[in-house]
Design a protein. Structure first.
Lengths: 226, 193
Protein backbone atom coordinates (compact mmCIF):
# COMPACT_ATOMS: atom_id res chain seq x y z
CA UNK A 1 0.00 0.00 0.00
CA UNK A 2 2.47 2.56 -1.10
CA UNK A 3 1.56 5.27 -3.51
CA UNK A 4 -1.89 6.77 -3.21
CA UNK A 5 -1.56 9.15 -6.17
CA UNK A 6 -2.91 6.72 -8.76
CA UNK A 7 -5.85 5.88 -6.51
CA UNK A 8 -6.63 9.54 -6.02
CA UNK A 9 -6.52 10.02 -9.77
CA UNK A 10 -9.04 7.25 -10.29
CA UNK A 11 -11.20 8.61 -7.49
CA UNK A 12 -11.12 12.11 -8.97
CA UNK A 13 -12.17 10.70 -12.33
CA UNK A 14 -15.01 8.81 -10.71
CA UNK A 15 -16.18 11.93 -8.88
CA UNK A 16 -16.03 14.06 -12.03
CA UNK A 17 -17.99 11.38 -13.87
CA UNK A 18 -20.67 11.13 -11.21
CA UNK A 19 -20.89 14.91 -10.98
CA UNK A 20 -21.40 15.25 -14.74
CA UNK A 21 -23.94 12.45 -14.69
CA UNK A 22 -25.97 14.07 -11.94
CA UNK A 23 -25.75 17.38 -13.78
CA UNK A 24 -27.07 15.69 -16.89
CA UNK A 25 -29.83 13.92 -15.02
CA UNK A 26 -31.04 17.00 -13.18
CA UNK A 27 -30.82 19.48 -16.03
CA UNK A 28 -31.94 17.07 -18.69
CA UNK A 29 -35.08 18.98 -19.58
CA UNK A 30 -33.54 22.39 -19.88
CA UNK A 31 -30.52 21.27 -21.80
CA UNK A 32 -32.66 19.46 -24.31
CA UNK A 33 -34.11 22.67 -25.58
CA UNK A 34 -30.79 24.46 -25.48
CA UNK A 35 -29.35 21.72 -27.60
CA UNK A 36 -32.17 21.96 -30.09
CA UNK A 37 -31.89 25.68 -30.29
CA UNK A 38 -28.57 26.59 -31.86
CA UNK A 39 -29.06 25.23 -35.34
CA UNK A 40 -32.72 26.09 -35.63
CA UNK A 41 -33.17 29.30 -33.70
CA UNK A 42 -34.54 31.99 -35.88
CA UNK A 43 -33.87 34.99 -33.69
CA UNK A 44 -31.94 37.82 -35.26
CA UNK A 45 -28.56 36.53 -34.14
CA UNK A 46 -28.69 32.77 -34.49
CA UNK A 47 -24.95 32.51 -34.58
CA UNK A 48 -24.29 34.13 -31.24
CA UNK A 49 -24.15 30.70 -29.70
CA UNK A 50 -21.46 29.73 -32.12
CA UNK A 51 -19.43 32.88 -32.08
CA UNK A 52 -18.24 33.44 -28.50
CA UNK A 53 -15.61 30.78 -28.90
CA UNK A 54 -14.29 32.16 -32.15
CA UNK A 55 -11.78 34.97 -32.12
CA UNK A 56 -13.31 38.40 -32.61
CA UNK A 57 -11.19 39.01 -35.68
CA UNK A 58 -13.21 36.40 -37.53
CA UNK A 59 -16.60 38.08 -37.52
CA UNK A 60 -18.75 35.03 -37.80
CA UNK A 61 -21.98 36.92 -37.51
CA UNK A 62 -23.91 36.23 -40.65
CA UNK A 63 -26.99 37.54 -38.87
CA UNK A 64 -25.81 41.10 -39.30
CA UNK A 65 -25.75 41.20 -43.05
CA UNK A 66 -22.48 43.00 -43.45
CA UNK A 67 -21.43 43.18 -47.08
CA UNK A 68 -18.00 41.74 -46.30
CA UNK A 69 -19.35 38.46 -45.00
CA UNK A 70 -21.81 36.04 -46.43
CA UNK A 71 -25.14 37.81 -46.52
CA UNK A 72 -27.20 34.68 -45.91
CA UNK A 73 -28.45 34.85 -42.33
CA UNK A 74 -27.77 31.64 -40.48
CA UNK A 75 -30.65 29.52 -39.28
CA UNK A 76 -33.13 27.02 -40.58
CA UNK A 77 -35.29 27.74 -43.59
CA UNK A 78 -38.29 25.49 -44.13
CA UNK A 79 -41.27 25.38 -46.43
CA UNK A 80 -43.14 23.54 -49.15
CA UNK A 81 -42.27 23.33 -52.81
CA UNK A 82 -44.33 25.45 -55.20
CA UNK A 83 -46.23 22.37 -56.41
CA UNK A 84 -46.99 21.46 -52.77
CA UNK A 85 -45.70 17.91 -53.29
CA UNK A 86 -42.67 18.07 -51.06
CA UNK A 87 -41.00 19.97 -48.29
CA UNK A 88 -37.58 21.61 -48.32
CA UNK A 89 -35.42 22.57 -45.37
CA UNK A 90 -32.05 24.31 -45.52
CA UNK A 91 -29.82 24.90 -42.52
CA UNK A 92 -27.28 27.65 -43.03
CA UNK A 93 -24.35 28.22 -40.74
CA UNK A 94 -21.55 30.58 -41.62
CA UNK A 95 -20.76 29.73 -45.24
CA UNK A 96 -22.01 26.16 -45.19
CA UNK A 97 -25.46 24.84 -45.87
CA UNK A 98 -27.16 21.49 -45.66
CA UNK A 99 -30.56 20.79 -47.18
CA UNK A 100 -33.16 18.07 -47.15
CA UNK A 101 -35.81 17.62 -49.78
CA UNK A 102 -38.54 15.14 -48.93
CA UNK A 103 -41.99 14.20 -50.20
CA UNK A 104 -42.90 12.19 -47.10
CA UNK A 105 -43.30 8.95 -49.04
CA UNK A 106 -40.35 7.76 -51.06
CA UNK A 107 -38.45 10.69 -52.56
CA UNK A 108 -35.81 12.29 -50.45
CA UNK A 109 -32.35 13.75 -50.76
CA UNK A 110 -29.74 15.22 -48.45
CA UNK A 111 -27.62 17.91 -50.06
CA UNK A 112 -24.78 20.03 -48.89
CA UNK A 113 -22.46 22.73 -50.13
CA UNK A 114 -21.19 26.24 -49.69
CA UNK A 115 -22.94 29.57 -49.49
CA UNK A 116 -21.35 32.08 -51.82
CA UNK A 117 -20.67 35.67 -50.87
CA UNK A 118 -23.40 36.94 -53.18
CA UNK A 119 -26.01 35.02 -51.23
CA UNK A 120 -26.41 32.14 -53.63
CA UNK A 121 -25.94 28.53 -52.75
CA UNK A 122 -25.39 25.43 -54.80
CA UNK A 123 -25.76 22.16 -52.95
CA UNK A 124 -25.23 18.63 -54.19
CA UNK A 125 -26.33 15.24 -52.96
CA UNK A 126 -26.18 11.57 -53.81
CA UNK A 127 -27.35 10.34 -57.19
CA UNK A 128 -26.76 13.65 -58.93
CA UNK A 129 -29.23 15.58 -56.81
CA UNK A 130 -28.67 19.29 -56.76
CA UNK A 131 -30.19 22.42 -55.32
CA UNK A 132 -29.69 25.98 -56.47
CA UNK A 133 -30.93 28.80 -54.33
CA UNK A 134 -30.54 32.46 -53.59
CA UNK A 135 -31.39 34.40 -50.50
CA UNK A 136 -34.09 37.06 -50.82
CA UNK A 137 -33.97 39.78 -48.21
CA UNK A 138 -33.07 38.27 -44.88
CA UNK A 139 -35.85 35.80 -44.38
CA UNK A 140 -36.32 33.81 -47.57
CA UNK A 141 -34.47 31.47 -49.88
CA UNK A 142 -35.83 30.93 -53.36
CA UNK A 143 -34.55 28.18 -55.59
CA UNK A 144 -34.97 24.88 -57.39
CA UNK A 145 -34.08 21.36 -56.34
CA UNK A 146 -33.43 18.49 -58.76
CA UNK A 147 -33.98 15.13 -57.14
CA UNK A 148 -34.24 11.99 -59.23
CA UNK A 149 -36.16 12.91 -62.35
CA UNK A 150 -38.18 15.70 -60.77
CA UNK A 151 -37.41 19.34 -60.25
CA UNK A 152 -39.03 21.35 -57.51
CA UNK A 153 -39.17 25.11 -57.29
CA UNK A 154 -39.53 26.52 -53.81
CA UNK A 155 -39.60 29.64 -51.71
CA UNK A 156 -38.93 28.90 -48.07
CA UNK A 157 -38.72 31.16 -45.04
CA UNK A 158 -36.52 31.35 -42.01
CA UNK A 159 -38.20 29.79 -38.99
CA UNK A 160 -38.47 31.40 -35.62
CA UNK A 161 -39.35 28.48 -33.44
CA UNK A 162 -37.43 25.33 -32.68
CA UNK A 163 -38.92 23.88 -35.83
CA UNK A 164 -36.56 22.80 -38.51
CA UNK A 165 -34.57 19.93 -39.81
CA UNK A 166 -33.83 16.70 -37.96
CA UNK A 167 -32.22 13.39 -38.70
CA UNK A 168 -31.73 10.12 -36.86
CA UNK A 169 -29.45 7.15 -37.44
CA UNK A 170 -29.68 3.94 -35.50
CA UNK A 171 -30.33 0.25 -35.66
CA UNK A 172 -33.60 -1.26 -34.53
CA UNK A 173 -34.07 -5.02 -34.49
CA UNK A 174 -31.08 -5.47 -36.76
CA UNK A 175 -32.33 -3.04 -39.39
CA UNK A 176 -30.37 0.08 -40.23
CA UNK A 177 -32.66 3.05 -39.57
CA UNK A 178 -32.13 6.43 -41.24
CA UNK A 179 -34.73 9.10 -40.75
CA UNK A 180 -35.08 12.67 -41.90
CA UNK A 181 -37.74 15.14 -40.79
CA UNK A 182 -38.76 18.63 -41.80
CA UNK A 183 -40.94 20.40 -39.28
CA UNK A 184 -42.86 23.13 -41.08
CA UNK A 185 -43.73 26.46 -39.46
CA UNK A 186 -47.33 25.35 -38.90
CA UNK A 187 -46.06 22.30 -37.01
CA UNK A 188 -46.73 19.82 -39.78
CA UNK A 189 -44.01 17.24 -40.27
CA UNK A 190 -42.73 15.73 -43.50
CA UNK A 191 -40.34 12.87 -43.08
CA UNK A 192 -39.06 9.61 -44.47
CA UNK A 193 -37.75 6.68 -42.52
CA UNK A 194 -35.53 4.18 -44.30
CA UNK A 195 -35.19 0.66 -42.97
CA UNK A 196 -32.11 -0.86 -44.56
CA UNK A 197 -32.50 1.64 -47.36
CA UNK A 198 -36.21 1.04 -47.94
CA UNK A 199 -38.13 4.30 -47.61
CA UNK A 200 -41.49 4.75 -45.90
CA UNK A 201 -43.36 7.63 -44.25
CA UNK A 202 -41.74 8.49 -40.93
CA UNK A 203 -43.47 8.46 -37.56
CA UNK A 204 -43.88 11.85 -35.90
CA UNK A 205 -41.12 13.24 -33.75
CA UNK A 206 -41.52 15.39 -30.70
CA UNK A 207 -40.16 18.68 -32.06
CA UNK A 208 -39.11 19.79 -28.57
CA UNK A 209 -36.92 16.83 -27.74
CA UNK A 210 -36.50 15.01 -31.03
CA UNK A 211 -37.87 11.82 -29.46
CA UNK A 212 -39.46 9.36 -31.86
CA UNK A 213 -40.56 5.77 -31.53
CA UNK A 214 -39.54 3.44 -34.36
CA UNK A 215 -40.80 -0.15 -34.33
CA UNK A 216 -41.27 0.08 -30.58
CA UNK A 217 -37.85 1.52 -29.85
CA UNK A 218 -37.27 5.08 -28.75
CA UNK A 219 -34.78 7.06 -30.83
CA UNK A 220 -33.68 10.65 -30.83
CA UNK A 221 -33.68 12.76 -33.96
CA UNK A 222 -31.14 15.54 -33.85
CA UNK A 223 -31.17 18.97 -35.40
CA UNK A 224 -28.98 19.00 -38.48
CA UNK A 225 -26.19 21.52 -38.83
CA UNK A 226 -23.76 21.85 -41.71
CA UNK B 1 -15.81 -24.04 13.80
CA UNK B 2 -13.52 -24.63 16.78
CA UNK B 3 -9.87 -23.83 16.90
CA UNK B 4 -7.41 -26.15 18.50
CA UNK B 5 -5.31 -23.96 20.75
CA UNK B 6 -2.49 -26.46 20.65
CA UNK B 7 -2.19 -26.59 16.91
CA UNK B 8 1.16 -25.64 15.48
CA UNK B 9 1.16 -21.99 14.64
CA UNK B 10 1.49 -21.14 11.02
CA UNK B 11 3.41 -18.26 9.70
CA UNK B 12 1.29 -15.57 8.06
CA UNK B 13 1.46 -14.85 5.24
CA UNK B 14 1.66 -18.57 4.53
CA UNK B 15 4.73 -20.03 2.86
CA UNK B 16 5.68 -18.97 -0.65
CA UNK B 17 5.52 -15.25 0.15
CA UNK B 18 6.63 -14.66 -3.43
CA UNK B 19 3.72 -16.34 -5.07
CA UNK B 20 0.60 -15.23 -3.17
CA UNK B 21 0.85 -11.46 -3.25
CA UNK B 22 2.27 -11.79 -6.73
CA UNK B 23 -0.88 -13.32 -8.09
CA UNK B 24 -3.10 -10.77 -6.36
CA UNK B 25 -0.91 -8.00 -7.68
CA UNK B 26 -1.88 -8.88 -11.23
CA UNK B 27 -5.27 -10.39 -10.59
CA UNK B 28 -6.84 -7.42 -8.80
CA UNK B 29 -5.97 -4.84 -11.46
CA UNK B 30 -7.06 -7.25 -14.17
CA UNK B 31 -10.37 -7.97 -12.46
CA UNK B 32 -11.01 -4.29 -11.76
CA UNK B 33 -10.21 -3.47 -15.39
CA UNK B 34 -12.64 -6.11 -16.63
CA UNK B 35 -15.31 -4.96 -14.17
CA UNK B 36 -14.96 -1.31 -15.22
CA UNK B 37 -15.05 -2.11 -18.94
CA UNK B 38 -18.01 -4.46 -18.66
CA UNK B 39 -19.91 -2.11 -16.36
CA UNK B 40 -19.49 0.80 -18.77
CA UNK B 41 -20.52 -1.33 -21.72
CA UNK B 42 -23.57 -2.71 -19.95
CA UNK B 43 -24.63 0.74 -18.81
CA UNK B 44 -24.23 2.08 -22.35
CA UNK B 45 -26.24 -0.78 -23.78
CA UNK B 46 -29.03 -1.01 -21.22
CA UNK B 47 -29.51 2.66 -20.41
CA UNK B 48 -31.85 4.41 -22.81
CA UNK B 49 -29.73 7.00 -24.62
CA UNK B 50 -30.98 10.42 -23.66
CA UNK B 51 -29.91 11.83 -27.00
CA UNK B 52 -28.83 15.08 -25.45
CA UNK B 53 -26.99 16.46 -22.50
CA UNK B 54 -25.98 19.93 -21.43
CA UNK B 55 -23.81 21.97 -23.70
CA UNK B 56 -20.97 24.31 -22.87
CA UNK B 57 -21.29 27.99 -23.60
CA UNK B 58 -19.40 29.05 -26.68
CA UNK B 59 -19.74 25.81 -28.56
CA UNK B 60 -22.19 25.13 -31.32
CA UNK B 61 -22.91 21.54 -30.41
CA UNK B 62 -22.05 18.88 -27.89
CA UNK B 63 -20.20 17.10 -30.68
CA UNK B 64 -17.87 20.06 -30.99
CA UNK B 65 -17.33 20.25 -27.23
CA UNK B 66 -16.51 16.58 -27.07
CA UNK B 67 -14.23 16.71 -30.07
CA UNK B 68 -12.19 19.51 -28.57
CA UNK B 69 -12.03 17.88 -25.15
CA UNK B 70 -10.96 14.65 -26.81
CA UNK B 71 -8.33 16.53 -28.77
CA UNK B 72 -6.98 18.02 -25.55
CA UNK B 73 -6.87 14.53 -24.03
CA UNK B 74 -5.10 13.21 -27.11
CA UNK B 75 -2.56 16.02 -26.95
CA UNK B 76 -1.75 15.15 -23.35
CA UNK B 77 -1.58 11.50 -24.36
CA UNK B 78 1.19 12.45 -26.78
CA UNK B 79 2.91 14.24 -23.90
CA UNK B 80 2.49 10.99 -22.00
CA UNK B 81 4.25 9.02 -24.68
CA UNK B 82 7.19 11.40 -24.85
CA UNK B 83 7.53 11.81 -21.08
CA UNK B 84 7.32 8.04 -20.59
CA UNK B 85 10.20 7.57 -23.01
CA UNK B 86 12.13 10.16 -21.00
CA UNK B 87 11.36 8.40 -17.71
CA UNK B 88 12.67 5.17 -19.15
CA UNK B 89 15.73 6.93 -20.48
CA UNK B 90 14.95 6.27 -24.13
CA UNK B 91 14.93 9.97 -24.78
CA UNK B 92 16.98 12.65 -23.08
CA UNK B 93 14.70 14.50 -20.70
CA UNK B 94 14.67 16.82 -17.73
CA UNK B 95 14.62 15.58 -14.16
CA UNK B 96 10.98 16.51 -13.77
CA UNK B 97 9.84 14.29 -16.64
CA UNK B 98 8.28 11.84 -14.16
CA UNK B 99 6.22 14.64 -12.64
CA UNK B 100 5.26 15.79 -16.11
CA UNK B 101 4.21 12.26 -16.94
CA UNK B 102 2.00 12.01 -13.85
CA UNK B 103 0.28 15.32 -14.28
CA UNK B 104 -0.23 15.18 -18.02
CA UNK B 105 -1.79 11.77 -17.47
CA UNK B 106 -4.12 13.13 -14.83
CA UNK B 107 -5.19 15.98 -17.06
CA UNK B 108 -5.76 13.68 -20.03
CA UNK B 109 -7.84 11.31 -17.92
CA UNK B 110 -9.92 14.01 -16.25
CA UNK B 111 -10.60 15.69 -19.59
CA UNK B 112 -11.65 12.38 -21.10
CA UNK B 113 -14.15 11.62 -18.33
CA UNK B 114 -16.79 14.22 -19.30
CA UNK B 115 -16.56 13.03 -22.90
CA UNK B 116 -17.18 9.46 -21.82
CA UNK B 117 -20.04 10.50 -19.56
CA UNK B 118 -21.69 12.26 -22.46
CA UNK B 119 -21.11 9.31 -24.78
CA UNK B 120 -22.62 6.86 -22.33
CA UNK B 121 -25.43 9.09 -21.15
CA UNK B 122 -26.56 10.56 -24.45
CA UNK B 123 -25.52 8.02 -27.08
CA UNK B 124 -24.91 4.67 -25.40
CA UNK B 125 -23.13 1.62 -26.72
CA UNK B 126 -23.92 1.43 -30.43
CA UNK B 127 -22.92 -0.92 -33.20
CA UNK B 128 -24.56 0.34 -36.39
CA UNK B 129 -21.23 1.07 -38.12
CA UNK B 130 -17.80 -0.39 -37.70
CA UNK B 131 -16.48 3.03 -36.68
CA UNK B 132 -19.14 3.29 -33.99
CA UNK B 133 -18.70 -0.29 -32.84
CA UNK B 134 -14.95 0.08 -32.45
CA UNK B 135 -15.40 3.37 -30.68
CA UNK B 136 -17.88 1.83 -28.24
CA UNK B 137 -15.70 -1.20 -27.54
CA UNK B 138 -12.50 0.78 -27.12
CA UNK B 139 -14.20 3.42 -25.00
CA UNK B 140 -15.09 0.76 -22.44
CA UNK B 141 -11.68 -0.87 -22.82
CA UNK B 142 -9.87 2.41 -22.30
CA UNK B 143 -11.31 3.13 -18.87
CA UNK B 144 -10.78 -0.49 -17.86
CA UNK B 145 -7.15 -0.60 -18.87
CA UNK B 146 -6.54 2.84 -17.39
CA UNK B 147 -7.86 1.62 -14.03
CA UNK B 148 -5.54 -1.36 -14.30
CA UNK B 149 -2.59 0.92 -15.03
CA UNK B 150 -3.35 3.08 -12.01
CA UNK B 151 -3.66 0.05 -9.72
CA UNK B 152 -0.50 -1.54 -11.09
CA UNK B 153 1.44 1.62 -10.29
CA UNK B 154 0.85 0.92 -6.63
CA UNK B 155 2.69 -2.39 -6.72
CA UNK B 156 6.41 -2.59 -6.43
CA UNK B 157 8.79 -4.86 -8.29
CA UNK B 158 6.65 -5.45 -11.34
CA UNK B 159 8.29 -7.03 -14.35
CA UNK B 160 9.89 -4.20 -16.26
CA UNK B 161 7.88 -4.76 -19.40
CA UNK B 162 4.46 -4.66 -17.76
CA UNK B 163 3.88 -0.93 -17.27
CA UNK B 164 5.10 0.02 -20.75
CA UNK B 165 2.77 -2.59 -22.24
CA UNK B 166 -0.26 -1.47 -20.26
CA UNK B 167 0.59 2.18 -20.80
CA UNK B 168 0.95 1.48 -24.50
CA UNK B 169 -2.48 -0.10 -24.52
CA UNK B 170 -3.95 2.97 -22.83
CA UNK B 171 -2.28 5.23 -25.38
CA UNK B 172 -3.31 3.12 -28.37
CA UNK B 173 -6.89 2.92 -27.15
CA UNK B 174 -7.11 6.67 -26.71
CA UNK B 175 -5.55 7.27 -30.12
CA UNK B 176 -8.08 5.06 -31.89
CA UNK B 177 -10.88 6.62 -29.84
CA UNK B 178 -9.78 10.05 -31.01
CA UNK B 179 -9.47 8.90 -34.63
CA UNK B 180 -12.94 7.36 -34.63
CA UNK B 181 -14.64 10.33 -33.00
CA UNK B 182 -13.00 13.73 -32.97
CA UNK B 183 -11.12 13.35 -36.25
CA UNK B 184 -14.26 11.94 -37.85
CA UNK B 185 -16.26 14.87 -36.45
CA UNK B 186 -13.80 17.47 -37.74
CA UNK B 187 -13.70 15.84 -41.16
CA UNK B 188 -17.47 15.54 -41.37
CA UNK B 189 -18.57 18.84 -39.89
CA UNK B 190 -15.43 20.91 -40.30
CA UNK B 191 -13.14 22.19 -37.57
CA UNK B 192 -15.74 24.18 -35.68
CA UNK B 193 -16.06 25.31 -32.13
Amino acid sequence: MKRSGPLLTLLAGLLVGLFMLSLNATTGEKSTSSYVKPPSSGNPSPSTKASPGTPPARTSAPANPSPARTPVPGGVYTGRTDDDSSAVAITVRDDKAIAYVCDGHNIESWLQGDVKDDGSLRLTGKGGASLDGKVKGTKEIRGTAHVGSGSYAFTIGRTNKSSGLYRANSTVAGARIEGGWIVLPDGEQVGILKRDGKPSPAPEIDPETGAVTVDGQQLTARPVTP
Amino acid sequence: MTVDPNAATQSWPPPEPERRPGAARYLIPALVAAAVAVALGVYGKVHDPAGTAFNLAGFSSTGAVKSWLATVAFFFALVQLVSALMVYGKLPGPRWSATAHRWSGRVAFLVAVPVAVHCLYALGFQSYESRVLWHSLLGCFFFGVFSAKMLLLRSERLPGWLLPIVGGLVFSALTILWLTSALWFFRTFGVTT
